[in-house]
Design a protein around this ligand. Structure first.
Ligand code: NAP
Ligand code: ZN
Ligand code: ZN
Length: 352
């Protein structure tokens, strides 16, 4: 007698290697286990990390790769022991789908810092070695513990980017207690940057947008920035020396960090979330002279991601998005590489 493993057929878009465009791809997902949910994906955001990984800029990419970690959709099936969700609920999945569940970080709800490494939603391997495939696809099977509730009444296409761009900016702002009395500079107005502006303003900080794109000034102010500075304007940059308590750096490309560290006050903090592939050079005196520091932050844990989504529900915060059909994904990547996105591309999965 042979036992046949049931798999779920899925349609998506994949990169077959680091240089060719993404193309249609069919694959299979595991059947819904006792603690799993099956989500019919409605929207998936396009993060710059998708581009870094598709192009193997961070090394170790696994192909074929179905990117996408800003996923929202409808629960289509639930496993026999699922308690958090029922069929028809709206659910979200962010950057990871599993972790060891036993280390101190996992126990503290900081699964993104799991000692064994979080298991990414794509470009990773499940504990049994199966490659993970992300949200540029028709459906996904996830453990309910790694699945989020989406507050009712928010437009779903605007919610999708909260699962990465949202939590990646919310988490460090909370960790460093950014709020009233603080001056923060947000560096780079893209997907993460525009959420950083919204959250920093909502938390009561004085927000300055630091951008290379003069054309984004009006948008930056509409999003909540109190000031806008074009970083190529040497006179304005000089005026800002020693000005900020915090700089949230979301830039995806190589950058002269020293020029921005110089804008921090004594004991000021640069929070690095942007992850350019190449190392940056830091002049020791940029930190030494005013006892400045540079810190990093990786997305956020499940509990905090839920907290952020609930906060957005209460305060009516969503991402500003350009909804695209999946057939335009390669064009969207090209535009992001030119800093031309307002302010997150989101794929409408009905176009698949
Ligand atoms: P994005 O939407 O493409 O935005 C990046 C922005 O950076 C651009 O819009 C542009 O803003 C600015 N920029 C681009 N090239 C620049 C350059 N050469 N010099 C100065 N500024 C430049 O990207 P994203 O999705 O927000 O992601 C940003 C970075 O964060 C990526 O490296 C991504 O991998 C990383 N990330 C990290 C985490 C984490 O957990 N730490 C999570 C998600 C993403 P202006 O036009 O305003 O200059
Ligand atoms: Zn991301
Ligand atoms: Zn762990």
């Amino acid at each position: 007698m042979t036992t046949k493993t049931i798999m779920i057929p899925v349609r998506g878009y994949a990169a077959q290697d680091a240089v060719t465009p993404l193309n249609p791809f069919t694959f299979q997902r595991r059947d819904v286990g006792d603690h799993d949910v099956l989500i019919d994906i409605r929207y998936c955001g396009v993060c710059h990390s998708d581009i870094h990984q598709v192009r193997d800029e961070w090394g170790g990419s696994i192909f074929p790769m179905v990117p996408g970690h800003e996923i929202v959709g409808t629960i289509a099936r639930v496993g026999s022991r699922v308690t958090k969700f029922k069929v028809g609920d709206i659910a979200g999945v962010g950057c990871f789908v599993d972790s060891c569940r036993q280390c101190t970080s996992c126990k503290e709800g900081l699964e993104q810092y799991c000692d064994s490494g979080m298991i990414g939603t794509y470009n990773a391997r499940e504990k049994d070695g199966t490659p993970t495939y992300g949200g540029y696809s028709s459906s996904i099977v996830t453990d309910e513990h790694y699945t989020l509730h989406i507050p009712a009444a928010l437009p779903l296409e605007g919610v999708a980017p909260l699962l990465c761009a949202g939590i990646t900016t919310y988490s460090p702002l909370k960790h460093w207690n950014v709020g009233p009395g603080h001056r923060i500079g947000v560096l780079g107005l893209g997907g993460l940057g525009h959420m950083a502006v919204k959250f920093s303003a909502a938390f009561g900080a004085e927000v300055t947008m630091l951008s290379t794109s003069a054309s984004k000034e009006a948008d930056a102010k509409r999003l909540g920035a109190h000031h806008f500075v074009l970083t190529s304007d040497q006179a304005q940059m000089k005026n800002l020396a020693g000005h900020f308590d915090f700089i949230l750096n979301t830039v995806s490309a190589p950058l002269n960090l020293n020029a921005y560290l110089n804008l921090l006050k004594r004991d000021g903090t640069m929070i690095l979330v942007g992850a350019p592939p190449k190392p940056a050079e830091i002049q020791g005196f940029s930190l030494i002279m005013r006892r400045r520091r540079i810190v990093g932050s990786l997305i956020g844990g499940i509990a905090e991601t839920q907290e952020m989504l609930d906060y957005c529900g209460t305060h009516n915060i969503v991402s500003d998005v350009e909804v695209i059909p999946i057939q335009q994904i390669n064009t969207a990547y090209d535009r992001m590489l030119k800093a031309d996105v307002r302010y997150r591309f989101v794929i409408d999965m009905a176009t698949l």
